[in-house]
Design a protein around this ligand. Structure first.
Ligand SMILES: C=C(O[C@@H]1C=C(C(=O)O)C=C[C@H]1O)C(=O)O
Length: 275
């Protein structure tokens, strides 16, 4: 029997939904593959996994191969608390400089490009780096960090300035920012339609379960080793896991800016797997 191969971003922001799914729903027909977003995006593109919460820009880059699961995302409505630009100097003085980018992200690094070009009118160059934040900030005046590395770095920011990219986007557009969409390969929809319909429903129910049980999940998860349960709970309440019409407007606005800057070849049509 063929199993659905599901990507699992091993960041704290994915813990609520995955722990609710694995703890309260039948997962016997799924295989889980963990990784950072950029790695899972590449696996999805190559057909090595069938679906994943993946960088929203990955949908725009290969939308002809993908559909979306409804009512699910990893988004912010204002601050996100785990996608930062760390900077040695005020952001207003970064015009023309070369900025370091985490190798783990595909969306947030483009969000930074959109903000610097469209909000500030700047012209920058960028370089991917796998250096730890302290070392990267010796080399670059500013660095974009996401996920658990950003949560950990927030605790030791030193003298750096910290800009929350969810907050900068919200100031600029007044819209939610969709970091991740649940992307499924269209050929997987054709191959395993019933399993996918079951999973799509279970994920929304897992999300509802998680919303009602953040404290319990925080007290029993691996992240407790480095984050207090109350802080985790506060972080999860900051993230929006929904995908409403306002979220979609935020995503379309991001794709429009990305297209205008030549970061994606076309503005994609948003297509859900059950349409
Ligand atoms: C909010 C976040 O969203 C993430 C950011 C992503 C990206 O930049 O490509 C991809 C998936 C999300 O996990 C985060 O990881 O901190």
């Amino acid at each position: 029997m063929q199993h659905l191969r599901i990507g699992h971003i091993h960041y704290a922001n994915c813990t609520p939904i995955f722990s609710a799914l694995k703890g309260h729903f039948d997962c016997s027909r799924y295989d889980f593959v963990t990784g950072v977003p950029s790695r899972l995006n590449a696996m999805l593109r190559a057909g090595e996994i069938d679906l994943s919460p993946s960088s929203s820009i990955e949908y725009a880059l290969s939308h002809q191969d993908y559909s979306l699961l409804p009512n699910l995302s990893i988004s912010s409505i204002g601050a996100v608390k785990s996608v930062f630009l760390y900077s040695r100097v005020p952001i207003e003085t970064l015009d023309g400089s070369c900025i370091g980018l985490t190798a783990e992200s595909d969306t947030s690094v483009r969000l930074l490009k959109v903000l610097l070009a469209k909000k500030y009118g700047f012209s920058n160059t960028f370089e991917r780096t796998s250096l730890i934040p302290d070392d990267a900030l010796q080399q670059y005046p500013a660095l974009c960090v996401i996920g658990d590395a950003a949560l950990k770095a927030a605790a030791s920011r030193g003298s750096n300035l910290v800009y929350d990219l969810g907050e900068l986007w919200y100031e600029f557009t007044g819209l939610p920012f969709v970091f991740a969409l649940w992307i499924v390969r269209r050929e997987a929809v054709r191959r395993l339609p019933a399993d996918l319909a079951q999973l799509a429903g279970d994920l929304v129910r897992a999300k509802e379960y998680a919303y009602a049980h953040y404290r319990e999940i925080a007290e029993n998860c691996g992240e407790r080793e480095w984050m207090e349960p109350a802080v985790l709970e506060d972080y999860w309440r900051t993230i929006s896991y929904d995908l409403t019409t306002a979220h979609l407007e935020g995503a379309r606005t991001f794709f429009r800016y990305a297209f205008e800057l030549g970061l994606i070849p076309a503005e994609p049509e948003i297509r859900f797997f059950d349409q």
